[in-house]
Design a protein around this ligand. Sequence first.
Ligand code: AR6
Length: 169
Amino acid sequence: MKLELIKGDITKIKADAIVNAANSSLLGGGGVDGAIHRAGGKQILEECKEIRNRQGKCKTGEAVVTSGGNLPSKYVIHTVGPIWNDNEEKSSKLLANCYLNSLKLAESLDVKTIAFPNISTGVYRFPKELAGKIAVETIKNFQSEMIEKIIFVCFDDENEEIYKKLLEE
Ligand code: AR6
């Protein structure tokens, strides 16, 4: 599995799947979630509503999939990151679950390339350094026959610096 770092907007990435840092309503929001729904068009929201009708809200740490709508990627995997609170152990476990469950879902869809944003490090206030460590560790520990490339898409300078260091190690 190849790990890559790209600075920029995840909606521009051409991969089999991109991951969205959604909220449990699955009905959209700000940040990367807003950008994905804006660029992907209303097809994505329609599919999110169907998922909600079937299974209800998406729990923290879990992941669901829709098509990519107008995006250059085939799928959007929506996962719900934890809102940071001082229970570091619990928040860390939930964040790791986001990466793990997104990867498992991607594998079941025959995805070969997948792009992740820095889940929970925006509005949900997860400390960026710790979030980066959890993301890279979880992905490195994931054994996959299917997935060939994982792209970390960093939007802000701070995350870019953190991931540069983590991926050099
Ligand atoms: N491409 C890639 N990364 C981005 C983009 C983009 N276009 N825009 C922002 N980021 P956030 P969260 C980065 O707040 O913390 C939403 O309202 C951003 O710099 O989008 O998981 C949802 O609906 C940050 O590093 O997600 C939820 O309610 C990272 O994406 C809530 O925010 C995550 O920031 C989820 O909060």
